[in-house]
Design a protein. Structure first.
Length: 284
């Protein structure tokens, strides 16, 4: 039996009730997807067993998805992780991890490894950049990265930047079921491929479509983050069974969440969850 726990359902803007990360449990193995603000507290709340946390998958390099990466690397070790930790993500992931370990926190790491021998020797971290369509495997699961569109249509971002701005969603196959996690995206061919026939699709959704009343929000919904005007249609057309909406705008009032639920339910006939931190969803 596999399940996901949405430990973070917010974004970059501060919301004390919403962090940004997700935990997949497949048998005994724990796979952390993204390490945004509060990830380690989310793992503690979810009662993760750090001895079984051996993998982190990163969707993209916005700080609300990687900001607490070192906290997770170090604290899981201090709290019981002994196996090597494999961190995989889009091109640039290895450079970020290596920079954290060898340039930014190298003194902290040496101090804790050699100055506090009670923790045992340092449990190593291996980072890898993975390519689109290249399968990554774990215990009883396989995942493939699909390319998402997250700001790629914004005319103000230079072409040279966009070449190295690569954003992934992950499509997991496990025990005959499919779990798809979009990361951050708007509607695009990669998202359609990711979501096709998924048993559970966790999809970003910033706000209700009825609230897209300013040029700023209309541009955001078109280029940066999917909103209530599209998410139900995407899930319906892709044959998704259970749609879980996450990455919600900060401090979303109950009336916004109610409007979102109503409009998405008009477009989507499957099971609909609007996530909150701590929500656990079984996959099959
Ligand atoms: Zn992002």
């Amino acid at each position: 039996m596999a399940s996901i726990t949405l430990m973070g359902t917010g974004g970059p803007r501060l919301d004390a009730r919403r962090a940004t990360s997700l935990l997949l449990r497949s048998g005994a193995e724990e796979v952390l997807i993204d390490t945004g603000r509060g990830a380690i507290h989310g793992l503690a709340e979810a009662k993760a067993d750090f001895r079984n946390l051996t993998r982190i998958l990163i969707t993209h390099h916005h700080f609300d998805h990687i900001g607490d990466l070192y906290d997770v690397i170090l604290t899981t070790w201090l709290e019981g992780r002994r196996a090597p930790l494999l961190i995989q993500g889009p091109p640039g992931t290895k450079r970020i991890v290596d920079g954290l370990l060898t340039q930014i926190y190298d003194r902290d790491l040496t101090w804790r490894s050699l100055g506090e021998p009670a923790h045992g020797g340092w449990s190593p971290v291996v980072a890898e950049d993975i390519g689109l369509g290249e399968p990554v495997t774990g215990q009883g699961w396989e995942a493939v990265a699909h390319e998402m569109s997250h700001g790629h249509g914004l005319p103000t971002l230079p072409a040279a930047f966009l070449k190295r701005w690569i954003c992934y969603g992950y499509r997991f196959s496990l025990g005959g079921k499919v779990f798809a996690f979009s990361g951050d995206t708007v509607d695009c061919p990669g998202l359609r491929g990711l979501a096709a026939g998924a048993d559970v699709l966790a999809l970003c959704c910033w706000t209700a479509g009825s609230l897209l009343t300013t040029d700023h929000l209309k541009k955001l919904a078109r280029h940066t983050l999917a909103c209530g005007d599209t998410v139900g249609k995407i899930a319906q057309e892709c044959g998704v069974k259970h749609l879980v909406l996450t990455h919600l705008r900060p401090n979303a009032p109950p009336e916004m969440l109610a409007a979102l639920r109503e409009e998405v339910a008009r477009d989507f006939s499957g099971t609909l969850s609007i996530a909150h931190d701590g929500l656990c969803v079984e996959i099959g």
